[in-house]
Structures are given as C-alpha cells and as structure tokens.
Design a protein around this ligand. Structure first.
Ligand SMILES: Cc1ncc(COP(=O)(O)O)c(C=O)c1O
Length: 464
C-alpha cells in the first residue's frame, strides 16, 4: 500500500516508552528495545512505525476486530451519530440502542433483553450481580454461589477474577470475592491430570460434566445459583467441549435449578461460524455476555443479554421495593457503541462472513493438521470457525508442555516474518503452550495459507 510510508515516529516512541503502561507486559524489555506502535490498519493488515506490514492473525491481538480494519461505513455511521446525539445515560433510550437491541435479539432465539455495558469484564460483573439479586428475590437468600470452570477467563476486575480459572492471571491480586466455586475443565487432551481414568469422546465429555454435579453436591445444591462458562474456552487453550458435555450440563442445570450464564466475549458475533458459540450446542442460556467482536473494536460496547424470565424477576414486586436491577454503566450510554455494532452486524450479513468463517476455518484447521504431520511438537490442533489453537509439546507420548519461552519464540519468529499470531500466556501455570489463531472473519485462502506457512517456518527454526 503506497500511502503507508515509514513515519518519523521517534517522538511518539519516546512518549510511549516514558508514559504508557502497556497491558500484560513486563516493561523491562522496553529499556533496550522500542515499543511497537501500530499506525494504520486495512482489512487483515496493520503497519507499524517503520512502515512494516503485518498480517494480523489475532484480530487486534485479542480476537476483537472481526470485520477487519479501515471500515469507513462504521466510521461514517459513528461520526454521523456522534454529531447528532453522542451520549445520554441508558436511564433513557437512544435510537441506535433500541435498534441494535432488536437486531441482536433477532439472532438469539429465546433471549429478549439487552443491558448495555462497556467491557467484557463489566458485562460479566453485571451478570453476577443479577444472579446474586435473584438469590434474594427468588430463593430467600439461598443459591448465591456461582460456578466457574478451570481455565476459563471472565475478565480483569476483582469480581470477574473471582470467577477466574487461570491461576497465573490471579496470583498476587487476591483476596477475591466469596461465593465463586471452581469446576474442572473439559480438555480431554489433558485428561491424565484429572484422575478420571483414560476416558475419551463422549465418555470423557459426560465425565467432565458429571464433575460439575459433584461440585454442586459438595457445596449443597441449595447454595448454588448459577454456572458461568465460555462456550469454547479461549485464552485457556482453545478448549472445544467434548461430545456429550453440553447435553449433560443442560441436564444438570435443570436438575439443580441453576441459571446458565454463557460468556461469549470471544466466541460471540461470528467468530466460531455461528452468531454465538453456544448455538452449536444443546444448551439454553439464561444470561449471555458479549464484548470484543460486537463492534469489532470500532467503539467500546458490551452487552448482557437475558431471557424475559430473568428480566421479569426485576420488573416489579410491591412487597419488595428494591427488587429492580439497581445498576448503571455510564459509558453504556455512549451511542457510538450500538451504532458501530449495527454496522458491524450489517457487514457480516452483507458480505456473508459467517459462511466465510466456516470455510476459512476449515482451511485453517486442515493446514494446521498438515503442519502437525510434519512437526512433532504440535501435540493437538483444536478449533471451530476462525478460532483455533495448536498445543505444543516436547513429547507427544507424555504430552509434556513445550516451555513457554519456546512458544514465545515461535510467536516472535512469526512477527519477524510479518505475521501476528498469539499464544496462551500467563494464564495456566505450566500450560502456556498453545499457539492461538483468530484472524478476522474476512480472511481469504491466501491469508490463511500465509499464516500457516509462517508458523511452519517458525516451528522449524525454533524446534528444528
Ligand atoms: C472469555 C472472556 N471473557 C471476558 C473477557 C474480559 O473482557 P474485557 O477485557 O473486555 O474486560 C475476556 C477478555 O479477554 C475474555 O476472553
């Protein structure tokens, strides 16, 4: 792209080095190397301060920019809306807020209400508060506990970390909120550590779900009100639910009268080849939270979506004047969010991006499987849609995780080749060994092949 030239960015680089506190980064390294500044993006590609082009296989680093960079139609719609009406608290209504809620609900049979918030963590916090209030309004103060799963992640705030299944993210930040109880993960590849014997397929899936029932019984069913799960665990290693898992989870939640809170912050809005990840499986959510891809990062927006049954609980009760949901989110009233989300959804429909995600996702998985035939370090490939992981091991038989330093070296090698991939990092102690791929839903066959060719070269250089 000829309009992108190397910029004199030295002042920007120095300001960044002196004053920006980057996310998830140990900063010592920036004393000897320059921070990378992303200057421009178009489609699947971004350019840095040196004018170097990168193919982005992680949608803005954290699976967010689902429709790709440089979408003028979103920018135009946001601009027009900001001039007309930029903000009013969600205590009152807005045109884009009501229009997007209606469009969103049309994609989510069984759900009816949208509560606007502005980050994935905050959406999850609001959902937890709904569960806690329902404990009072419906169960006389019982059923306050919320189950969450090992390796799942629900956000960065203390409440969301209380439901955090990634110990390396949590260490040194406690104490956390009480009443959040962990259930085991459902990664069959790591079944040896779980002590359930050598189970596979549906037998493993049902066993992993049975483990949830065991936790409910140990805690006391009267005390447990909800379970919060990612449909496919993202940062914890791209964990696809094994066969039979969700069927059994649905039986368990019905048996013990649990609310189902599905965290679609990563999987939502097309990423896995359906509008929402849970829609692949026979599970009926009561609450669905979403963020990242809702507006592809063109505006900050997240949503808590509920059934009418959940909503009804908060509607009115003459005996309890405090039973309504007493929560506000200032920036949940920014009109830029829903207007960007409306355009984002329109693009996905107009360009057939869900179908593209299914087709390109198959190509991505096929390519990764053929890499696994040549690189013994790939222990397992997992994925659905444009959402995939390759778990690296130093020994396929005993499945010893590859050291995190080598996993990072693969990511760095790809970066040097101009391809941005990700890796599970600082999440599950000893198991930060999965390469992560989540290209935008607009990816072409060439893009997918370029990504996996870069990984091929990197694996050869790092592992031989
Ligand atoms: C599954 C999941 N839930 C929640 C969050 C938190 O979202 P946010 O960073 O917008 O607060 C994340 C962030 O990566 C996530 O992956």
């Amino acid at each position: 792209m000829d309009h992108i030239t190397p910029n004199d960015m030295s002042a920007v680089v120095e300001a960044d080095r002196s004053h920006v506190w980057h996310h998830l980064m140990p900063h010592k390294a920036l004393e000897t190397t320059d921070p990378r500044i992303i200057v421009e993006g178009k489609g699947m590609r971004v350019w840095d301060q040196h004018g170097k082009e990168h193919l982005d296989a992680v949608s803005g680093g954290v699976w967010t920019v689902n429709v790709g960079y440089g979408r003028t139609e979103i920018a135009d719609a946001v601009r027009d809306q900001l001039i007309k009406m930029n903000y009013f608290a969600q205590t009152l209504g807005s045109i884009p807020g009501s229009r997007f809620a209606e469009r969103l609900i049309s994609k989510m049979p069984g759900m009816t209400r949208v509560f606007y918030t502005n980050s994935g963590s905050e959406a999850n916090e609001q959902a937890f508060k709904m569960v806690r209030q329902i404990s009072h309004t419906r169960h006389g103060g019982k059923k306050w506990k919320i189950l969450y799963r090992d390796r799942d992640y629900h956000g960065t705030t203390i409440g969301a970390m209380s439901a955090g299944g990634q110990d390396e993210r949590n260490v040194q930040y406690g104490p956390f909120a009480p009443g959040f109880i962990r259930v085991p993960h459902c990664l069959e590849y790591r079944n040896r550590e779980q002590g359930w014997g050598d189970l596979h397929g549906e037998a493993y899936g049902r066993r992993a779900a049975d483990a949830i029932e065991e936790v409910i019984l140990a805690e006391g069913p009267d005390s447990v009100g909800a379970i919060c799960l990612e449909p496919i665990t993202a940062g914890g290693g791209v964990i696809l639910p094994p066969p039979g898992y969700w069927e059994r989870v649905q039986e368990i939640v019905e048996k013990y009268d649990l609310l189902v809170h599905i965290d679609e912050v990563v999987c939502g809005v097309g990423r896995t080849g359906t509008w929402f990840g849970y829609q692949h499986y026979p599970i009926k959510p009561d609450i669905v939270t979403m963020a990242k891809g809702v507006a592809s990062g063109y505006a900050a927006i997240s949503c808590v979506v509920t059934t009418e049954d959940v909503f009804e609980t908060f509607k009115s009760n003459p005996d309890d004047p405090l039973n309504w949901f007493r929560a506000v989110s200032t920036f949940g009233g920014c009109a830029a969010g829903p207007v960007a989300a409306l355009e984002n959804m329109a693009i996905i429909e107009r360009e057939g991006l869900i179908d593209n995600t299914v087709r390109m996702g198959e190509r991505l998985l096929t390519n990764l499987h053929s890499l696994a035939e040549r690189h013994a370090v790939i222990g397992q490939v997992r994925g659905k849609g444009l959402f995939a992981g390759a778990e690296l091991v130093t020994d396929r038989d005993d499945r010893t995780p590859a050291p995190e330093a080598q996993v990072k070296a693969v990511v760095a090698d790809c970066m040097a080749q101009g391809v941005v991939i990700g890796a599970s990092n600082r999440s599950v102690p000893g198991f930060n060994n999965t390469l992560l791929f989540s290209p935008a839903l607009i990816a072409t066959e060439d893009d997918i092949d370029t990504i996996t060719e870069a990984v091929d070269g990197a694996l050869t250089r790092v592992f031989g």
